[in-house]
Design a protein around this ligand. Sequence first.
Ligand code: CA
Length: 231
Amino acid sequence: MNEFKILVVEDEKNISDLVVQYLLRENYQTFVAYDGEEALEIFNKTTIHLIILDLMLPKLSGEEVCVRIRAKSDVPIIMLTAKAHEYDKIEGLDIGADDYVTKPFSPRELMGRVKALLRRSYRMSDPLAQKLIFQGGDLEVDINKMLVKKKGITVPLTVNEFKVLTSLLANPGQVLSRDQLIQAALGHDYDGYDRTIDTYIKNIRQKIEDNSKEPKYIITVYGAGYKFGGM
Ligand code: CA
């Protein structure tokens, strides 16, 4: 299995089965929703990296699902549309799908679109780009822009929180003591208590971890300090 989780939203079971079968062949983790409400439910409780979204759905239409997801996330979305005129509608509404495929479609072509869109959306860590991506896009850190995104949504970190996070990132897997973190992140002339670091860590965790009580990015090493655990 690779780390990408793909949500297929399609009420016609023969089509969703076919798409899932192709996705599994490419080693993606897959989730299926058979109506619009179920799609939002799954999206809200799972880290989804790409959505294949049918337009004509029970309960909530694909357009409505797209609009609601776009209100809080820029997760890549591929629309499945039955007719060409439906695409005109999507385009007219400008609801924020990244790509579309018209039915009947070739599953191979759809897989090509999925791969291309994932590549475009989650470039793998490239130090020159200074944009670091962890857990398949769950966390993005753009060093130059001082921008952090969690599940595609910009996280407002203070300057000091950003410095603490990037000091840990710069030394992946290595334990930094509170003193070392203060030196690295805040500089020599910082005159706060070393416990101030704990407050920064607590705030950062609340912003970037799924569960700040069970952190996977900023790991406490008891008696020693902290280390970055993201991959
Ligand atoms: Ca349908």
